[in-house]
Write a protein that binds this ligand. Structure first.
Ligand code: PLP
Length: 629
């Protein structure tokens, strides 16, 4: 359990069971025995829901949402701040209905709202019954129809605020408001000049693509005043980018946002909401330091810093405290989803038994085999150098036609045996040269897991996002092997070779050796934010099965909702094939085989049945004893 750093990144939501299973902790009853994830997978198997499966845990979503709201409430109380916090969830971070509906539901006591960044997201948000007083903040590029919806929805009691993102948009908003004879509630997105660090640094600073420059903001104020609409401008918005690593960056950005706010108030703008956007990060590695995958602050510190900074600035400028708004997405949903899968096969790099070269083999095979004779802790570097030298030379001889394929195969086997011996020795030796460790780290096992990196973890592929990964069983057994994780796409990019470990980040995942006839499950954690809809259909691997689980009043983990993953027919339809036509076309091709006499009628039947069955089945690897459908 310690090998994977779960105690550091898991925020108390994951714990091992005495039998070695990974368990989910019920946040409402942390003293209960955790719910076993392998057991959940066996239950799902029995229902016909197989790995890979995305599991969403309602209680984890609730915990994060409550933590954010109560942390703000505490900071507000502690500082004597005179206005409330009214957060919104940015729909783009996870648009799935199961997630949005739960957020609306769990957020009701806090008047928690939604943020829509596009017309489709607004249409979705309008159909959710938001609590009274909750905000529906509309960011993004808006056409007249979008604006019309935003203006008229207010008449239906929905607290819709249209955030102006560009000068041109202001003209459309004014025209539409006049046409409808209604006053909208408006926001203005400002560009902060401060830049932050992290993966999303480009969203910040005055070169960011969104928001109005200072000059444009002043022009907007003049324009709204001239149109007798200045009273509509109630919200100021800014966004620093997601996953901001440093508290200092956030604090300085809030400071600058406050300067804009107090200045706009001085110009007579009746602002009452200060929206500070997203950016509240997650500690994916558990290192609690400012880096691309970690943050140097907690949710409580984030809230306290914001409240203190805003209060100080407003009091200085003698401006009433604004209602605080954040658009925290990642921090609310990241913990609640995990992808559970299983290892289909392993290629062990040092699993080779010792062999003796044959009498007429090239002498370099015996030379290589002789390395074991002088292998001592002091000479590991030399042994590794020698083994690599002989292997290279023998490969060159093969390329030149001097030795045959069987000899090369024997040489590989000797080489792997030696690397294995060196690894064993190194494991028991202190002060091994760094170069040896680096060279050895290239010889990692490959564990092939049943999932697609491109479909399920697009940020891991695209921006080297680190996500914690751990086996779901045998956590009470020391993992002796070190592996990279490969997916089932036939793309060499489809692998993970950077891992969150107990003592930092490493290039190999500690794993247990597979046992015959026993499945080996792994969990990929903290993936609730951004991954589900960014994923793509590389190699036509579709959406995975999805289940929502939650603890009931008795603390028992229940399966609440299941969504079957895409079938082969469904993904074919996405890329413009008509499955029925494919079936008919294949039938005609098969018929030719029958006429040519190469297929007999029973083979024809089996072939067609298999094709038809696969068409309706899961796109991922299916274990024959329990295929989907
Ligand atoms: N608000 C806006 C305008 C965004 O662009 C984003 C995403 O980058 C967010 C909120 C959500 O940010 P986070 O997931 O870091 O909370």
């Amino acid at each position: 359990f310690q090998s994977y750093g779960v105690h550091r990144w898991g925020a108390g939501m994951f714990a091992p069971l005495p039998n070695g299973d990974m368990g989910l902790v019920n946040p409402a009853r942390p003293q209960d025995t955790p719910a076993s994830l392998p057991e959940l997978l066996h239950n799902l198997d029995a229902r016909g829901i197989h790995t890979p499966v995305l599991v969403r845990v309602g209680a984890f979503l609730k915990r994060q949402l409550e933590m954010l709201n109560t942390s703000f409430a505490k900071a507000i109380e502690a500082n004597g701040y005179q206005a409330p916090y009214r957060g919104v969830f940015p729909i783009k971070v996870n648009q799935q209905a199961e997630v949005i509906d739960r957020i609306v539901d769990y957020g009701r006591p806090y008047q928690f709202g939604l943020e829509a960044g596009s017309k489709p997201e607004l249409i979705l948000a309008l159909s959710r019954d938001l609590p009274k007083g909750a905000l529906l903040i509309c960011n993004g590029i808006k056409d007249a129809e979008f604006i019309r919806l935003g203006i008229l929805a207010r008449k239906a009691g929905i607290n819709c605020v249209l955030v102006i993102e560009s000068p041109g948009e202001a003209d459309t908003v004014i025209a539409e408001a006049k046409r409808l004879g209604e006053k909208p509630a408006l926001g203005v997105r400002i560009k902060l000049t401060r830049r932050v660090t992290g993966n999303w640094a480009d969203s910040s600073g005055d070169r960011s693509t969104f928001g109005l420059t200072t000059k444009e903001v002043v022009d907007l104020v003049d324009k709204l005043r001239a149109e007798d609409m200045l009273d509509c401008l109630v919200l100021q918005h800014s966004h620093l980018g997601s996953q901001v690593p440093q508290m200092m960056d956030i604090r300085q950005a809030v400071d600058e946002a406050c300067r804009f706010y107090t200045e706009l108030r001085r110009l007579g703008v009746p602002l009452t909401y200060l929206d500070l956007g997203g950016g509240l990060g997650i500690d994916y590695t558990g290192e609690a330091r400012a880096s691309d995958n970690s943050v140097n602050y907690t949710v409580e510190e984030y809230c306290a810093n914001i409240v203190e900074t805003v209060k100080y600035q407003m009091d200085e400028a003698e401006v009433p405290h604004p209602t605080l708004v954040t658009e925290s997405g990642r921090a609310i949903v990241a913990y609640s989803s995990m992808l559970l899968s299983d290892i289909l096969e392993a290629s062990y790099f040092d699993r080779s038994a010792p062999i003796t070269p044959e009498a007429d083999d090239h002498h370099m095979l015996s030379d290589m085999a002789a390395i074991t004779g002088y292998m001592t802790p002091k000479r590991v570097q030399e042994c590794l150098n020698d083994a690599e030298y002989y292997r290279e030379e023998l490969r060159a001889l093969f390329r030149r036609g001097v030795i045959g394929i069987e000899e090369v195969a024997r040489a590989e086997q000797i080489f792997l045996f030696i690397v294995g011996r060196i690894k064993d020795l190194v494991a028991q030796t202190p002060d091994v040269p760094q170069e040896v460790l680096e060279a050895l780290s290239a010889h990692r096992d490959i564990y092939r897991a049943n999932f697609s990196l491109f479909q399920s973890l697009p940020d891991v592929w695209a921006i080297d996002q680190l996500v914690p990964i751990a086996p779901l069983q045998r956590l009470n057994e020391t993992p002796l092997r070190r592996a990279v994780l490969s997916d089932i796409t036939c793309d060499s990019d489809g692998k993970i070779d950077q891992f969150v470990l107990g003592d930092g980040v490493g290039n190999a995942l500690p794993v247990h050796e597979l046992r015959a006839g026993e499945r080996y499950f792994i969990g990929i954690f903290l993936i609730g934010a951004y991954q589900e809809t960014l994923g793509d259909l590389h190699n036509l691997f579709g959406d995975t099965n999805i289940v929502t689980v939650d603890f009931n009043d008795d603390g028992v983990l229940e399966i609440l909702h299941e969504v079957e993953g895409d079938t082969v027919a469904e993904v074919m339809a996405y890329v413009e094939y008509e499955p029925k036509q494919c079936l008919d076309a294949f039938k005609r091709i098969v018929e030719r085989g029958v006429q040519d006499g190469t297929l007999n009628p029973s083979q024809r039947r089996m072939l067609m049945e298999t094709y038809r069955h696969a068409l309706g089945g899961y796109t991922y690897y299916e274990h024959e004893e329990h295929t989907n459908g």
